[in-house]
Design a protein around this ligand. Sequence first.
Ligand code: ADP
Length: 309
Amino acid sequence: MNEIKIFCPASVANVSCGFDVLGFCLDQVGDEMIIRKTDKKGIHILKIEGQDLPLETHKNVAGVAALALLEEHEAPCGFEIEIYKKIKAGSGIGSSAASSAGAVFGINELLGRPFTNKELIKFAMKGEELASGSAHADNVSPVLLGGFTLVRSAKQADVIALPSPSELYATVLHPKIELKTSDARAVLKKNILLEKAIEQWGNLAALVSGLYSEDYELIGRSLVDVVIEPHRSALIPGFKNLKEAAIQNGALGSGISGSGPSIFALSKGENTAQIVGKSMSKEFKSLDIDFEIHISKINPKGIHIISSK
Ligand code: ADP
């Protein structure tokens, strides 16, 4: 195999109560990448379509993640990368994670899979570090493993794949404005009250339990964020009304996708997810900001090969 074309899905991180540890993978929404072997050693980003992003290897998350992999596994050749961006950078649905994970997944395949997808997480995290200043794994993990994932320890790249209830659907509203993860991190407080921490870890544990037991009602009750959302929501236009519209129209819960500005809702069944999407669109239209809506099943497969030669 000399060339590979891959689908690099978008993802939702944090998922209300799981700041920096929880994430899930979306279906259909995502970038494509082509990666091919070349005689010229190193990583060469030849082309990026759909977004104005740096081609220099050290400035692009795909290049940085790929170099981290090659540092640990010497390759007999170099690699050329083409990125076809559909996910806007700074959208809060894992644009940088799609490219970081894509680069390491594609190269690993072309090298005959010296690493498992789980082992690739630590390399992809290097790309996230470039994008946001922190090597977080909550987007790259669901991209590489599919479904829902829980990061027990980012430092040790210890990630657990969680089950995704079969009728769980996401609705994501993406306002077409950029909110950089680094800026959205700057509004966060360094310390939290013990009582808030107790509420938060109670909800996180209950949400994980709800995913295992397919208890949709419990999932809904647990989608609460008392630590991050109260501060970050101020950066997101119309957040309170959108969340209310989603819940009133049948969503199990709703919150900020990643560091925003995208907003997600989770629903039981595609039909409800569609109704929730319509209610969120109606609410957001009054703001005069361009936006798009994605309705997606939780993607159990994650990143995958489209074609190879
Ligand atoms: P997102 O949550 O959408 O990933 P971030 O703010 O975390 O947004 O990351 C976007 C930042 O990463 C932008 O500053 C962007 O220029 C930079 N970046 C570098 N390479 C890429 C890439 N291949 N894809 C997306 N963003 C990239």
